[in-house]
Design a protein around this ligand. Structure first.
Ligand SMILES: [Zn+2]
Length: 80
């Protein structure tokens, strides 16, 4: 399984939700997306992530993806 870097602490993990619960006391993908987007001193990576999340939110609002897809796509986000 590919590892992703946490946007809040920079550590890499293979299970986002587990990492969030253990390290940041966050139990939902939505809360993570919000925290990562609102964190002060946005770096480029966080900006890209924020744009990605906003795009997903608008797709969700238009009914192009459902709640489950939304969460999955956030978890699968990779910085390229
Ligand atoms: Zn973290």
């Amino acid at each position: 399984m590919q590892k992703t870097e946490c946007l809040l602490c920079g550590k890499s993990f293979s299970d986002l939700l587990k990492h969030l619960r253990l390290t940041h006391d966050v139990d939902s993908v939505e809360a993570y997306a919000r925290k990562a987007s609102e964190a002060s001193g946005l770096n480029e990576k966080r900006e890209r992530f924020r744009d990605y999340v906003q795009a997903l939110q608008s797709k969700k609002e238009k009914g192009m993806i459902n709640e489950e897809d939304y969460r999955r796509l956030i978890i699968e986000w990779k910085d390229r």
